[in-house]
Design a protein around this ligand. Structure first.
Ligand code: ATP
Ligand code: MG
Length: 437
């Protein structure tokens, strides 16, 4: 079979070729495997640092051939070869797997000299190809190229058995569907529901990692839809799984409409999760072991994006209301929140879109004007600081200092022209005098 054009043209990193050449010279014909072969065939860009190699040499044989090798996952046959200029190449010995006992890792691994056995343990046909760039030979025993052409993710072998072995695989299937814009092969898709108990055994950290990668994928709407239709959402985010399908579709479409290179993770998560009760979002993300700061940021974004809806009393929104909102969200978050709101408008039914789009555009203009005007939006921008306030009122440090500054900010949010040392001093004295003793 002639070699597909993308592989014929492919340039392999020197580090990869060097390692393959050295292994081959010792009689260990080795291969580039998995995602790198898939991405090359799809002409998708891939970092030259992310090429996985598979070899029939044992980890000990690999370690003996290269001066600097870290035994990164030696129990599973993986070592990392360190090369010049901080370059690293990961090499894994061909292996088969014993029985899975914990729904995540095989109880034992056996090393092989048989490439096909190694490819057979891989998750999807498009990930189960190997290429030898020296001999220019592609090994594709499970129809990986056929499925790349058909844009299909299909489990290698019987999907039900493969998912029962490892509960991470259904999550990977859906994440790859989002990243590649592929469909799930029907048998692969239908096997997910029966595997949900095994998916529940996956660590929350791994779930979060897959969810995060899915959230920033190019076809997040498709992937999120699949989470809903396969039942995976019941495992990842029960409060969302209860939403009607149309609402779920809307969330996915919203998230997809927020692009950016790379897409903004907090904003994408806020789009996907903002239909859950706000108090629930932070708890949900924290339970998935997302970093606390990220969970809080997503919850804040979700809570605030809808604060300035059209039809509220202040429509068109008055400048003080805009400044108050900016102060509340923090000026740095204004842009992403406006984008989220615009995404929501874009996802509205066509009949309601023009009016909402006009309101959103007006809001953006007003926010941008408020930001550009230099009007003070946080206590740090006041022309009187905490030290000045204490000197002026002859008061000791304590909670009253923060209270006083917030009071002053409150004033200047309404009337930015009051932000002068004299005006603020007068206002501070009045506030202090009126304060209950
Ligand atoms: P990415 O571009 O996201 O890194 P990848 O295909 O390189 O995608 P990895 O998670 O880096 O994915 O794994 C490398 C290869 O190992 C995969 O292509 C696949 O062949 C195999 N693999 C990874 N995880 C599993 C798994 N849970 N079950 C079976 N095979 C797996
Ligand atoms: Mg990889």
């Amino acid at each position: 079979m002639p070699l597909p054009a993308p592989l014929r043209r492919a340039a392999f990193p020197d580090a990869v070729l060097g390692v393959l050449t050295r292994l081959a010279a010792k009689g260990h014909r080795s291969y580039v495997v998995g995602g790198a072969v898939r991405d090359l065939l799809l002409s998708r860009p891939r970092s030259p640092l992310d090429f996985d190699l598979a070899t029939p040499a044992t980890p000990q044989q690999v370690m003996a051939l290269f001066p600097r090798v870290i035994p990164t996952g030696i129990d599973h046959g993986t070592v990392t070869i360190l090369l010049q200029d901080e370059l690293k190449v990961e090499v894994t010995t061909f292996r088969g797997e014993g029985a899975y006992t914990d729904g995540r890792r095989p109880g034992s691994v056996t090393f092989h000299t048989d490439l096909e056995a190694d490819l057979a343990r891989r998750d999807f046909t498009v990930n189960a190809m190997a290429f030898d760039p020296l001999a220019r030979e592609l090994v594709d025993p499970f129809g990986g190229q056929r499925d790349l052409r058909g844009e299909l993710l299909r489990a290698v072998g019987d999907a039900r058995l493969r998912f029962a072995e490892d509960g991470l695989r259904p999550l990977r299937a859906v994440r790859f569907a989002g990243q590649l814009g592929f469909q799930l092969h029907p048998a692969t898709r239908d096997a997910i529901r029966g595997a949900l108990p095994v998916v529940r055994q996956v660590s929350r950290e791994r779930m979060a990692e897959e969810l995060g990668r899915l959230a920033v994928s190019r076809d997040v709407a498709r992937a999120f839809g699949l989470l809903g239709s396969t039942g995976l959402l019941e495992v990842l985010a029960p409060p969302l799984a209860a939403l009607p399908p149309a609402r779920l579709r809307h969330l996915g479409v919203m998230a997809a409409s927020i692009d950016g290179e790379p897409p903004d993770l907090p904003l994408r998560l806020a789009a996907l999760f903002h239909a859950a009760p706000v108090a629930g979002i932070e708890a949900l993300l924290s339970s998935l072991r997302f970093p606390r700061r990220l969970s809080a940021e997503v919850a804040a974004l979700a809570a605030r994006h809808s604060c300035l809806r059209e039809g509220e009393p202040e429509d068109p929104v008055s400048p003080p209301v805009v400044r108050r909102w900016l102060a509340g969200v923090g000026p740095g978050r204004a842009q992403p929140l406006l984008s989220l709101r615009e995404a929501e408008v874009a996802a509205l039914p066509a009949a309601r879109r023009p009016k909402a789009a006009l309101a959103a555009r007006r809001l953006r203009e007003r926010c941008e004007a408020a930001l550009a005007s230099g009007a003070p939006l946080d206590t740090g921008a006041l022309k009187l600081d905490g030290r000045g306030l204490m000197a002026l009122l002859a008061c000791p440090p304590g909670p009253q200092v923060g209270e006083g500054l917030r009071h002053l900010l409150d004033l200047v949010l309404d009337q930015p022209e009051l932000n002068t040392p004299e005006e603020l001093a007068a206002a501070a004295r009045a506030w202090w005098a009126a304060r209950p003793a």
